[in-house]
Design a protein around this ligand. Structure first.
Ligand code: CA
Length: 365
């Protein structure tokens, strides 16, 4: 059955740049390039990209091989989108909110403050019209997007100042990029963006008062516990940061149903594997931070969280005004969020709240 496939050599996708493209290597076989926004084999994101490549190779019995490039190897981290759009590379593995400069709509396919959690996001993308909208936005750039994982609800961040009320954000120097950063700015914070390496030294020197990164797993490895007093929970700003495999659309459209299915299935598998890996490692790393490093966990006060919500609604509405397609995506996303919250309230939300009350009694020392 596998040998019935037609030769794919004439299909473009990566054509045009010698050595980087994807010419047929032999009858029915091809090598594709995948550029990523992570260091090669970066735990979580980078290792997932490698698993997608391995999985597609196995499912196609070796006919399709995918060479994975770490950030900067073929193109810099944030140029992967342009590389695939132009056909310089065949696929990118990244998070689409990095490309909000291309369209503000991309925020909604990654994560936005007060947005969907992972099961809700999967429901929207797979069943609630999200994929169709994502296809529409990305087709404009010659890209076919696939959901391929997310790292769940992020932490509120590392602080050297206590947060007791929304007033405490006035003048606070806080590393938080994107839409979340804009929300904090509306509360009077001085928000900054900087790469991981600079966050540590900036917290240490007092150049910033607070910083968010991801969650216990990633944050532990960066050592923030050594330079910040409090670790606040939960984050409002990234409830389900998703990963995307974006494939050059000309290449994608030229693949037959078998090969399209292999890529789509590899992504679907990772969409479960990545959250499981983050959940497990976050659980272990949180234990290490608290038990071994004495990190002080603090809950973000309810009125502060509410203030985040009020500003988020304003910022998201402004985002929707950017252009027609962003408005369309915003309306679908927000109406889905408002509808699904009614189910989440009586299912996951209520169950987890009640289980926690019981466990706190049961596990009391
Ligand atoms: Ca983050």
């Amino acid at each position: 059955m596998l040998n019935r496939r037609k030769v794919l050599g004439g299909i473009a996708g990566g054509a045009g740049v010698a050595g980087l493209a994807s010419p047929a290597l032999a009858k029915g076989t091809r090598e594709l390039s995948m550029v990523t926004s992570w260091p090669k084999n970066f735990p979580g994101q980078g290792t997932s990209a490698e698993r997608i490549a391995d999985s597609v190779q196995r499912m196609t019995d070796g006919r399709i091989t995918i060479k994975v490039y770490g950030a900067g190897e073929l193109v810099p981290a944030f140029e992967v989108f342009d590389a695939v759009s132009s056909g310089k590379a065949d696929m990118y593995h990244s998070a689409d909110y990095y490309f909000q400069g291309k369209s503000s709509a991309y925020n909604f396919f990654s994560t936005v403050p007060f947005g969907l959690i992972s099961n809700e996001l999967d429901a929207w993308v797979y069943h609630g019209g999200g994929q169709e909208l994502w296809d529409e936005v990305s087709a404009g750039f010659g890209i076919k997007p696939h959901l391929c994982g997310n790292n769940g609800v992020q932490m509120g961040g590392w602080f050297n100042k206590e947060i007791n009320s929304p007033e405490d954000f006035k003048g606070l120097k806080f590393r938080m990029p994107g839409v979340g950063g804009e929300v904090l700015r509306r509360l009077g914070a001085n928000t900054l963006t900087m790469p991981a390496g600079e966050v540590y030294t900036s917290l240490q020197s007092g150049a910033i008062d607070a910083a968010e990164w991801v969650g216990p797993w990633n944050d532990l490895s960066l050592g923030f516990y050594k330079v910040a007093k409090y670790y606040y929970w939960p984050g409002f700003h990234e409830p389900a940061s998703t990963l995307c495999l974006g494939t050059n659309k000309t290449l994608w459209d030229g693949l037959d149903a078998f090969d399209q299915n292999a890529i789509a299935t590899a992504c679907r598998v990772e969409n479960t594997a990545v959250p499981a890996e983050f959940y497990f490692n976050n659980m272990k790393a949180l234990e290490t931070l608290v038990d071994d490093h004495g990190v002080e966990l603090r809950e973000m006060p309810a009125d502060v969280f509410n203030a985040f919500g009020e500003q988020t609604e304003i910022v998201l509405k402004e985002l929707a005004d950017k252009d027609a397609i962003t408005r369309k995506v915003y309306e679908s996303y927000v109406s889905f969020r408002n509808d699904v919250s009614k189910w989440t309230r009586v299912s996951n939300g209520a169950y987890i709240a009640n289980r926690q009350l019981f466990l706190e009694k049961l596990l009391k020392p």
